[in-house]
Design a protein around this ligand. Structure first.
Ligand code: SF4
Length: 140
């Protein structure tokens, strides 16, 4: 069973870890996928001792530009491409490929909330980074 206080849910929302869906009467609604995301967040904090900041950084590691096919000229202008401190959905996208997109149902947002997928993604990104560093050191 998952027990999360209302204050904690609001804090996760303010920090960009979750996006709350709201009813016509402005009540927050949580889907099964939100519950799985919350379980992932809770496990990261209680079992793996990852801070909120750490979770934000991990969520930012999903390469959104690959998933939404963002062209290079838009990437370089996008704050989410340059930054690594929060998921792309926490940034305002006024004119690029993500402007007006529904982040709540976006593959990138969903992927960042799936503990199993994010683990292999972080592993993949870390190996890629270390290979690049090795290549640079070898002068390749
Ligand atoms: S639609 Fe939202 S979640 Fe999806 S890539 Fe764009 S900013 Fe990120």
């Amino acid at each position: 069973m998952l027990v999360v206080s209302v204050q904690t849910l609001r804090m996760y929302e303010r920090r960009g870890l979750i996006i709350a869906q709201k009813s016509a009467g402005n009540q927050r609604l949580y889907s099964q996928s939100d519950i799985e995301r919350l379980k992932c967040i809770r496990t990261s904090i209680s079992k793996h001792k990852i801070s909120i900041e750490g979770i934000r950084r991990i969520q930012s590691m999903v390469p959104c530009w690959e998933n939404v096919q963002c062209p290079m000229e838009q990437r370089v202008e996008c704050p989410a491409f340059a930054a690594s401190d929060a998921g792309c959905w926490t940034y305002k996208h006024k004119t690029n490929v993500c402007a007006g997109r529904d982040c709540l149902h976006c593959k990138v947002y969903l992927l960042a909330g799936d503990c199993e997928q994010i683990k292999s993604l972080v592993h993949h990104q870390t190996s890629r980074l270390s290979e690049t560093t090795d290549d640079l050191q070898k002068g390749k």
